[in-house]
Design a protein around this ligand. Sequence first.
Ligand code: PLP
Length: 273
Amino acid sequence: MRTTPPRALTIAGSDSGGGAGVQADLKTFLCCGVHGTSALTAVTVQNSLGVSGFYELPAQAVIEQVEAVVTDIGVQATKTGMLASAAVIEAVAEMVTRLDVGPLVVDPVCASQHGDALLRDDALEALRDLLVPLATLLTPNLPEARLLTGLEVRGRAGMSQAARALHARGPDWVLVKGGHTDDPDLALDVLFDGDREIELVADRHPSPHTHGTGDTLAAATTAALARGLAVEDAVHAAKAFVTASVADSFGLGAGLGPVGHFWPLEQHHRPAP
Ligand code: PLP
């Protein structure tokens, strides 16, 4: 037997294709040395070509999963991903206030890279007003920053402006992610704590297979927080994990393949030289 490892919780949706969502979170937790627990919010019907639909779970099902995990297993950090509906967001906001879930990473998932909706239109306000203020770290990409702020978010100055506008809504830290754009000037992320702005320069690997990048960054940060790292160090560690995972991405199906989470395990599977 070994000592009990740190535990992390993901409250998120299932990706049947296995590249993003809860599946990406649990793989990331594993590869970052943390025991992963999960509360499913929705089940997407998804492959490399996109999301063709999703089934939401009732808010009560999410509440019971989180309570079961937190009251027995205990978690040192939590992340939220696809939350789908306003009812689930309201339930999650209530629970993270009432229960000890550790530092909270809120990945404000709104749509897939294919542009398929993962959040109901009427849920954006609940996400912005109820959950964003409770985040230890909020991790929007550029489209999500636009939706949450109503700002244009163009260029480096726009990222700064969005980080400040979002920080004013209550999270301790905001990470505005500049990836997923062809603009070479935006190959960086901006981390803001209300005082300092820290630039994280991305080591870009030109891969078309980037499905699950955002989930993986948020999950790796959550794992690092569960291991006791401070937010800035956790984000740097997560960035390194994601960069290596993008370098290890692979084609799958006829569309967009996922980032490869298992590069830390690969030495065990390679034949001996
Ligand atoms: N499916 C689920 C369940 C997700 O949570 C996410 C992102 O958070 C996606 C799909 C989309 O992933 P991507 O934008 O990397 O395609």
